[in-house]
Design a protein around this ligand. Structure first.
Ligand code: C2E
Ligand code: MG
Ligand code: MG
Ligand code: MG
Length: 290
């Protein structure tokens, strides 16, 4: 076995590497083609206020309507987009779409609804990102406060001065910033101490066992207490059951997002539901607590 180990560390060429490289290049080409062919879609997952269950907004989640492979989830292409740099183009596309939707809601008298868009760290820190946001606002004429930019804690892996400056510029434009997957990434507290962030999204992992696991519940309670004393808004992700909902309401989480209310759905579907019932657009809506 000694012999094999030595061989392994010395190997400079591995046929798999070429295959991987080829696959990556092909994926990038296909992603670029997908963008050109307008094959990406935003699905919208509603967010509701605790207790009243009034809809407050939605998170935009990207899908790729691939001509051969069908509807692809972001897990299958976001990472490739991030390593190749196409993520900025995809992000810009998503922001344009979200702004168009906000505008259309505004015109329908639904100007209170927000849309959250996921922004990759690389795109967020791109020096022209702020210029793009400014142009985007001008073009669509929407209220930036209704556009929530979701970033992850991993943005803080970059130079803190750079991150802080970028956050300040984006805040000055009037956008709301949210930390996605809170508690799973790097250096959560640095974020809260140094940066102007308005919202925390508690990761699904802490919500999953909130009914049975005292540790999960303790962590969620601590996050909510922390957020409250920092005057930050809170959203729970991945809420699937009535029991989880009840726990989160007891603990004082502000907003709820998850399959319990709705899966991410195409915009036409959401708009149909909103038209029928602007406040409570869900089919299986539990009776609000009176
Ligand atoms: P995320 O931003 O944390 O989004 C939440 C994910 O959890 C979504 O998966 C959503 O469909 C799923 N989810 C929501 N409620 C529930 C629930 O009750 N139970 C379970 N099991 N899952 C639930 P999705 O749409 O597959 O997106 C995965 C990730 O891909 C997102 O996580 C986000 O990090 C990334 N992503 C999605 N759209 C974009 C985008 O436009 N740009 C970028 N850069 N990343 C995106
Ligand atoms: Mg909200
Ligand atoms: Mg998100
Ligand atoms: Mg998340």
């Amino acid at each position: 076995s000694q012999k094999i180990t030595v061989r392994k560390t010395r190997a400079v060429y591995n046929p798999d590497m070429y295959e991987q490289w080829k696959e990556a290049m092909q994926s990038e080409m296909n992603l670029g083609k997908g963008l050109d062919m307008n094959e990406f879609r935003l699905y919208y997952q509603p967010q509701v206020e605790s207790i009243t269950h009034v809809m407050t907004g939605a998170e935009a989640l990207i899908r790729w309507q691939h001509p051969e492979k069908g509807l692809l989830s972001p897990a299958s292409f976001i990472e490739i987009a991030e390593t190749t740099g196409l993520i900025s183009q995809i992000g810009e596309w998503a922001l344009h779409e979200a702004c168009k939707q906000l505008k259309s809601w505004e015109e329908q008298g639904l100007g209170h609804l927000t849309i959250s868009v996921n922004i990759s760290p690389r795109h967020f820190l791109y020096h022209r990102f702020e210029d793009f946001l400014q142009d985007c606002l001008k073009l669509h004429g929407v209220n930036p406060a209704n556009l929530i930019l979701e970033i992850t804690e991993n943005v803080a892996l970059e130079d803190a001065k750079l991150v802080e400056a970028q956050i300040q510029r984006i805040r000055q434009l009037g956008f709301t910033l949210s930390i996605d997957d809170f508690g799973t990434g790097y250096s959560a507290f640095i974020y809260l101490q140094q940066f102007s962030i308005q919202e925390i999204k508690i990761d699904r992992q802490f919500i999953k066992n909130i009914e049975t696991d005292v540790k999960s519940r303790a962590i969620v309670r601590a996050i909510l207490t922390l957020a409250k004393s920092l005057h930050m808004h809170t959203v729970a992700e991945g809420v699937e059951t009535e029991g989880q909902l009840k726990r989160l309401e007891e603990l004082g989480c502000f907003e709820i997002q998850g399959y319990y209310f709705s899966r991410p759905i195409p915009i036409e579907e959401l708009n149909k539901l909103l038209l029928a019932s602007p406040e409570f657009p869900f089919l299986h809506l539990p009776a609000p607590i009176s």
